[in-house]
Design a protein around this ligand. Structure first.
Ligand code: AMP
Length: 291
C-alpha cells in the first residue's frame, strides 16, 4: 500500500494505477476506520484490480457547533486497517491543499439536499458533494463505493454523477451493524456506556417499523409512528426526524413500498446518530460485523 498526501502525487499515482490495472475503484471516507469502511474497501477490490481510499475530515460539510474539531482521528490505526483490507493507494490530503481558500464555486445538491439530514444540517450536502467532486477529479475512479448507512448522501452522489455526467459507477453497500443492531459509525466512540446502551434503540425503532410493514401496514406515517414509539420510551434520546422516504426523489412516502427507506436521526445524549433500513429487506438485509 502506498500512502500519499499531495494532490498532484495522488493524481499521478491514480493515472498509473489505471494504466497498470485497467480499472480503479475508490472509497472516500473521513477515517477512524471501522468494519463498515473496510467492507466498502473489500467490495471495491471485487470491482477493480486497484483500490484507492481517501481519509479526509471535510470541514465544508460540518456546520457551526458541529463536531469538526473533535471528530475522531487516528492515522496510524487507519493505515494498518486500510492495508489489511487490500487498499493500494491511501490518500490523506491536507485541508490546506484541498481548500487553499474558502471555495466560491460549490455543488448545489438541489431540493433533495434540503430535506431530512439536509434540513437539520443546512449546507451539509453542498459540502459533501463539493468534496466528492474534488476527490473524484483527482482520483478519476471507474467505480466508487458508498455506504447505505448514509442513504441520502449516496442518493445525492448518484444524482450528481448523473446530472454532471461524471462517468463514475456508484456502488451502494449495505450497512454493517454490531451484534445488537447498532450501525457502525466513527461517532460511536463518543458514546459512554449508558449512551451505548440507549443507542441500540435506533435500530430497534427501525425494526419496529419493518415489523409493521411486514404485517401489512403501508401508510408511511403509521410506520414512522411505530418507529417513533420505540424512541419516545427513552428520555435520553431526542429525535431529529423519522421518515418513510421514496428512494428515487427523497420525498416522504405516503404509501410505503418494498423499496422505501425508513430513516431516522436522533441525539443520544450529546451524540447525533443516523440510521435507516430498506423496508423490503429489513435489518437482515444488512451485515453483522464479525468479532
Ligand atoms: P464516513 O467516514 O463516516 O464519512 O463514511 C465513509 C463511507 O463509509 C460512507 O460511504 C459511509 O456511508 C460508509 N459507512 C459508514 N458507516 C458504515 C456502516 N456501518 N456500514 C457500511 N458503510 C458505512
Amino acid at each position: 500500500m502506498r500512502e500519499i498526501e499531495r494532490l498532484d502525487e495522488m493524481r499521478a499515482a491514480c493515472a498509473e494505477a489505471r494504466a497498470a490495472g485497467g480499472r480503479l475503484a475508490f472509497v472516500p471516507t473521513m477515517g477512524f476506520l471501522h468494519e463498515g469502511h473496510l467492507r466498502l474497501a473489500r467490495l471495491a477490490r471485487e470491482r477493480a484490480p486497484r483500490v484507492a481510499l481517501s481519509i479526509f475530515v471535510n470541514p465544508l460539510q460540518f456546520g457551526p457547533g458541529e463536531d469538526y474539531e473533535r471528530y475522531p482521528r487516528d492515522a496510524a490505526r487507519d493505515r494498518g486497517l486500510a492495508a489489511s483490507a487490500g487498499v493500494d493507494l491511501l490518500w490523506m490530503p491536507s485541508v490546506a491543499e484541498m481548500y487553499p481558500g474558502p471555495p466560491r464555486v460549490t455543488v448545489a445538491p438541489g431540493a433533495a439536499g434540503d430535506v431530512f439530514e439536509g434540513a437539520v444540517r443546512p449546507g451539509h450536502f453542498g459540502g459533501v458533494l463539493t468534496v466528492v467532486l474534488k476527490l473524484f477529479e483527482v482520483v478519476r475512479p471507474d467505480v466508487a463505493v458508498f455506504g447505505r448507512k448514509d442513504v441520502q448522501q449516496a442518493a445525492l452522489v448518484r444524482r450528481m454523477v448523473t446530472d454532471l455526467g461524471l462517468g463514475v459507477a456508484i456502488v451502494v453497500a449495505p450497512t454493517v451493524r454490531e451484534a445488537d443492531g447498532l450501525a457502525l459509525s466513527s461517532r460511536n466512540v463518543y458514546l459512554d456506556a449508558a449512551a451505548r446502551g440507549r443507542a441500540v434503540l435506533l435500530s430497534r425503532a427501525l425494526g419496529a417499523g419493518v415489523e409493521r410493514f411486514r404485517r401489512g401496514e403501508r401508510r408511511g406515517d403509521a410506520l414512522v409512528a411505530a418507529a417513533r414509539a420505540v424512541l419516545a420510551a427513552e428520555p435520553g434520546i431526542a429525535v431529529d426526524y423519522v421518515a418513510c422516504i421514496e428512494p428515487g426523489d427523497f420525498t416522504a412516502a405516503a404509501t410505503a413500498t418494498d423499496a422505501c427507506v425508513l430513516a431516522l436521526a436522533a441525539r443520544v445524549g450529546a451524540t447525533r446518530l443516523i440510521d435507516n433500513v430498506v423496508l423490503g429487506e429489513g435489518l437482515e438485509g444488512d451485515v453483522r460485523a464479525s468479532g
